[in-house]
Design a protein around this ligand. Structure first.
Ligand code: SF4
Length: 372
């Protein structure tokens, strides 16, 4: 039985997709438990040593001529000017909750403390989170409240703080993080990005982010510009992935299989080879390592403006998905997760609705409780 609150197949575990994959003789994905000795990080000491306060100041200054992401709009967000992303200075959040639908080492048993940020630097025509990324659903908050939210998510048992679409809010997040750390925040911080990041800015996060969970969405700049309105995605994405890997290397799990540190790359397979996932896999193998954990996702669903693009206006075919999983295995990747393709056919089960208290249909009615 596939658990309804988990759409991921954990290595050679239960589920219909496993049967399909076994039939095609493909699945060898497995999870290694690396019993690393994770000492509680001495954050205050580390901050002093690495000068996190200075980094905080530099990042804050960058907002006066914003080049936080590759769009490089050079607007003064501190004075209310708006660039491509439309974000201002104060952080805007749509929801915060324990999320049980992320990859197993991120969700764990108690959920991932997920903070969904409003606005985004990508305008994907198929965005599942379009209500917050492009219709700007959310509430303005303060840096101190953001720190409080992080601490509250930790206090209810979440395994980590999972920052969704953090790129454009990096300076504000760093400020909040430093406040929260001083007040006892100790769980890992997850940087959950669409992958259009500036490698120079990512460099500044060294020591602040524990787990990087970027998408590698495209291997063609033409596709990236057409469907997500971003220029030179491939260059920025790949340089950022390299920097993330340099900082944290492969994913390390504790004895319970919960992630503590490392890089996990998400590959959303799209119809008609729009994502060019095979090329991305070649890049990861050649420039990073086949030891990188992958999450190969079948959950593409034609939502938002995707209906205006016939090539995008359908679900992924099982064969398209299996081709990618087979290819990953052929290249020698052995760590990661696939998704229950058949389970994902349950219409919009996994499409969030940020206008409702219950953001995901498969959750109990408690999704947004932690924002109150
Ligand atoms: S964060 Fe927003 S304003 Fe700044 S460069 Fe990126 S898109 Fe432009």
């Amino acid at each position: 039985m596939v658990k309804r609150n988990s759409i991921y197949i954990q290595g050679i575990i239960h589920g219909r997709i496993v049967k399909i994959l076994k039939k095609h003789n493909t699945i060898k994905f497995r999870i290694t438990l690396q019993n690393l000795n994770f000492k509680k990080q001495k954050w205050l000491q580390k901050m002093k040593k690495l000068g996190f306060e200075e980094i905080e100041e530099i990042l804050d200054r960058i907002l006066q001529k914003c080049v936080i992401c590759p769009h490089k709009c050079r607007v003064n967000r501190k004075e209310g000017e708006k660039g491509f992303c439309k974000a201002g200075y104060k952080p805007v959040i749509s929801s915060a909750m324990p999320h049980h639908g992320e990859e197993p080492p991120i969700s764990g048993s108690r959920g991932s403390g997920t903070i969904f940020f409003t606005y985004c630097n990508m305008k994907c025509v198929y965005c599942q989170n379009y209500q917050i990324s492009q219709e700007y659903e959310g509430e303005e908050t303060s840096i101190f409240s953001l720190a409080d939210i992080m601490l509250r998510l930790q206090s209810i048992g979440c395994h980590n703080i999972n920052l969704v679409s953090p790129t454009i809010w990096i300076p504000q997040i760093v400020k909040a993080l430093l406040i929260a750390r001083k007040r006892g925040l100790s769980v890992p911080i997850v940087y959950n990005t669409g992958g259009y990041d500036s490698p120079q800015i990512i460099k500044m996060l060294d020591g602040l982010i524990d787990i990087y969970m970027p998408d590698a969405r495209y291997s063609s700049n033409i596709m990236a510009e057409k469907y997500s309105m971003v220029k030179d995605y491939v260059k920025y994405n790949r340089e950022s992935l390299k920097e993330m890997y340099r900082q944290v290397e492969g994913l390390k799990l504790d004895e319970n299989g919960v992630a503590k540190k490392g890089l996990l790359i998400r590959l959303l397979v799209m119809p008609d080879n729009i994502s060019g996932t095979k090329e991305t896999l070649n890049f990861i193998k050649n420039e990073l390592s086949t030891d990188v954990y992958l999450s190969i996702m079948a959950q593409y669903y034609p939502i938002y403006k995707a209906k205006n693009y016939p090539e995008l206006n359908r679900r992924l075919k099982v064969q398209e998905y299996l081709e990618i999983v087979n290819y990953a295995e052929k290249l020698g990747f052995s760590y990661g997760w696939t998704q229950d393709y058949i389970g994902l056919n349950s219409e919009d089960l996994f499409i969030p609705d940020f206008r409702k208290r219950k953001v995901f249909k498969y959750y109990e009615d408690k999704s947004k409780a932690d924002m109150d």
